[in-house]
Design a protein around this ligand. Structure first.
Ligand SMILES: Cc1cc2nc3c(=O)[nH]c(=O)nc-3n(C[C@H](O)[C@H](O)[C@H](O)COP(=O)(O)OP(=O)(O)OC[C@H]3O[C@@H](n4cnc5c(N)ncnc54)[C@H](O)[C@@H]3O)c2cc1C
Length: 445
C-alpha cells in the first residue's frame, strides 16, 4: 500500500513554466505526461500525495479488453499493446502476464450478454470466445462448477501488480523528461482572459498554455470551483489480498459473487464484483437524475451510505469554493484512503473458499478499499473543455482505468497538444450530459 509514510520520490523543485501541466499522478496522469513528453513537450506532473497512492495502486490489477464498452475497445486494444512495450522499457518486473480474463455465468441471461458483446470483440480483432460448462470444468478443475452455465474468456488479456506498475511508469516518464512533483496540490487553474494560462499550486504558480486534469475522484470538485460541472461521483470498492495459495487459476476471473486474480507473489486479490458503495453527499443529490438510467439497469447495484467520512470529495462538510490563498480539500486529504468494509470482505473469503473447497484455509494478508470515480454511463470524460480553452479532462474512468491507462494517457496527451488522437472520442465528450442525450450505461465489469 502506498501511504504518506512512503518516501517522496519526486520532491521538486517546481518549475516556473511548462508546455503542459498534468494534474494527478495516477495511471492516467502519469501516462498522459509520459506521452506528452515523448512528443517533445516540456511537461510537469503534479500530485497532491504520492504517485499512484489512490485508485491506481488499489485496483484489482486486471488489464482487460473483455467486456469493455464497444467505444472503449479500440483504445483498450492499443493499451494492451502499450503495456507490453512499456513493461519492456522499465527495469522493474511489474508482474505483467498474459493470463486472460474469464467471466463465469450462472444464468442464461449472462450467457446471452456475453454472446451479445462478442461481435464488438471480433470487430476489434480480439480472441474472445464462449466456453461451455464442460470446457469451464476442464479449465477450472478445482472449482465447484455446479450451476455454472459457461463462460466468456479473452486469452490475450493481461494482469499486472498496480502498486509496482504505476510507479514504474512514473519512473519511465521521469526518465523521459517529465518533471514530477509529489506532495504538491494544485489549488486552482490560473485563468486570464477566459483561457488557462497555468496552475496555482500550494507551492506557487506554473505558467502553461495547456493543463490536463486527471484527478480521479477529485476531478468534479476541482472543476466545480471553476463553475464547470460534470456528474462524476466516487464509490467505495473493497479488496482483499490472500496469503499465497496453490495455483487454482493463473489469470483473472469472476463469478457474480467473487472476482479473483492471481498475484505475482502467489496470493489472490479478491473482491465482490459490481458492489459499489455510494456515500451520499451534495454532489450525489445533484447528479441523481443523471444516474437514473444506471439505477434502472441495475436497481440493486449500488449500496447507499448516508455520509462520506470527513474530508472526502463529496462529504457534506467539504469546501466547494476557495481561492488561491486558501488551503484546499486536496491538501487536507493527500491520500484518499477509505476504510474497507470488513464484514463484506469476511463473506468474500468464505465465498472464495466455497468456490474452491480443496484449498487450504484461505487467510487474509491485507485488505483495503478505494474510491472509484464513476460516471452515470460508466464511461469516462476525455475531452477538451470548450468554455475553458487550454483545459483537457481525462477522468471518470468508472472502475476500469488501470488497464486502459497507457492508451488513454496517449490520447489525452495528443488531445491537449494538437496531436493525432487516433480514436473516435464522441462517446466520451463532456457535452453528453448537457445536450439532451439519453444516458446509455456501458457494461459494469
Ligand atoms: C478497488 C478498485 C478496483 C479496480 N480494479 C480495476 C481493474 O482491475 N482494472 C482496471 O482497469 N481498473 C480498475 N480500477 C479502476 C482504476 O484503478 C482507475 O480507473 C484508475 O486507477 C484511475 O486512474 P486515474 O489516474 O484517473 O485516478 P487515480 O489513480 O485516482 O489518480 C488521481 C490522482 O490525482 C491526484 N489529485 C487529485 N486532485 C489533485 C490536485 N488538485 N492536485 C494534485 N493532485 C491531485 C490524487 O491524489 C490521485 O493520486 C479499480 C479501482 C478500484 C478502486
Amino acid at each position: 500500500m502506498i501511504t504518506l509514510d512512503t518516501p517522496v520520490t519526486y520532491p521538486g523543485p517546481l518549475p516556473a513554466q511548462a508546455d503542459v501541466v498534468v494534474i494527478g499522478g495516477g495511471v492516467i496522469g502519469v501516462c498522459a505526461a509520459l506521452y506528452a513528453a515523448r512528443a517533445g513537450h516540456r511537461v510537469v506532473l503534479l500530485e497532491k500525495g504520492r504517485v499512484a497512492a489512490e485508485q491506481s495502486s488499489r485496483n484489482w490489477g486486471w488489464i482487460r479488453q473483455q467486456g469493455r464498452d464497444p467505444d472503449e475497445l479500440p483504445i483498450m486494444v492499443e493499451a494492451n499493446k502499450l503495456w507490453h512495450e512499456l513493461s519492456a522499457q522499465t527495469n522493474v518486473d511489474i508482474g505483467l502476464r498474459q493470463t486472460g480474463t474469464t467471466y463465469l455465468a450462472t444464468t442464461d441471461a449472462h450467457m446471452k450478454g456475453y454472446a451479445d458483446w462478442l461481435p464488438a470483440a471480433y470487430e476489434n480483432g480480439l480472441d474472445s470466445k464462449i466456453l461451455s460448462a464442460q470446457e469451464v470444468a476442464a479449465q477450472f478443475p478445482d472449482m465447484r462448477t455446479a450451476g455454472i452455465k459457461g463462460a466468456l474468456v479473452t486469452p490475450s488479456d493481461l494482469r499486472a501488480e498496480p502498486w509496482v506498475a504505476v510507479p514504474a511508469l512514473a519512473a519511465i516518464a521521469a526518465r523521459d523528461g517529465v518533471q514530477i512533483v509529489e506532495n504538491c496540490a494544485v489549488r486552482m487553474l490560473d485563468i486570464a482572459a477566459g483561457r488557462v494560462v497555468g496552475v496555482i499550486t500550494e507551492a506557487g504558480r506554473i505558467a502553461a498554455p495547456e493543463v490536463v486534469l486527471a484527478g480521479g475522484a477529485w476531478s468534479s470538485l476541482f472543476l466545480r470551483n471553476h463553475g464547470i460541472s460534470i456528474p462524476q461521483l466516487s464509490v467505495r470498492e473493497n479488496v482483499a489480498a490472500t496469503e499465497p495459495l496453490p495455483n487454482i487459476h493463473d489469470g483473472a476471473a469472476t463469478t457474480r459473487k467473487v472476482a479473483f486474480r492471481r498475484r505475482a507473489d502467489g496470493g489472490y486479490t479478491l473482491a465482490p464484483p459490481g458492489a459499489p458503495e455510494l456515500f451520499v453527499g451534495p454532489d450525489a443529490v445533484r447528479a441523481f437524475p443523471k444516474y437514473l438510467a444506471q439505477l434502472r439497469a441495475a436497481p440493486f447495484g449500488q449500496r447507499l451510505l448516508p455520509f462520506a467520512p470527513k474530508g472526502f470529495p463529496d462529504a457534506w462538510g467539504t469546501a466547494r469554493r476557495w481561492d488561491a490563498e486558501q488551503t484546499t480539500p486536496f491538501e487536507a486529504m493527500r491520500i484518499l484512503d477509505p476504510a474497507p468494509n470488513t464484514r463484506k470482505l469476511e463473506k468474500l473469503l468464505r465465498d472464495f473458499q466455497q468456490l474452491f473447497p480443496g484449498l487450504p484455509p484461505v487467510r487474509l494478508q491485507a485488505a483495503w478499499a478505494g474510491m472509484i470515480d464513476t460516471m452515470p454511463d460508466l464511461v469516462p470524460v476525455v475531452d477538451r473543455v470548450t468554455t475553458m480553452p487550454g483545459l483537457t479532462i481525462g477522468t471518470g474512468m468508472s472502475g476500469h482505468g488501470f488497464g486502459i491507462g497507457p492508451a488513454m494517457g496517449r490520447v489525452l496527451a495528443a488531445l491537449a497538444t494538437g496531436g493525432d488522437v487516433g480514436h473516435d472520442l464522441q462517446r466520451f465528450r463532456m457535452s453528453r450530459f448537457t445536450d439532451g442525450s439519453p444516458m446509455r450505461p456501458g457494461p459494469n465489469v
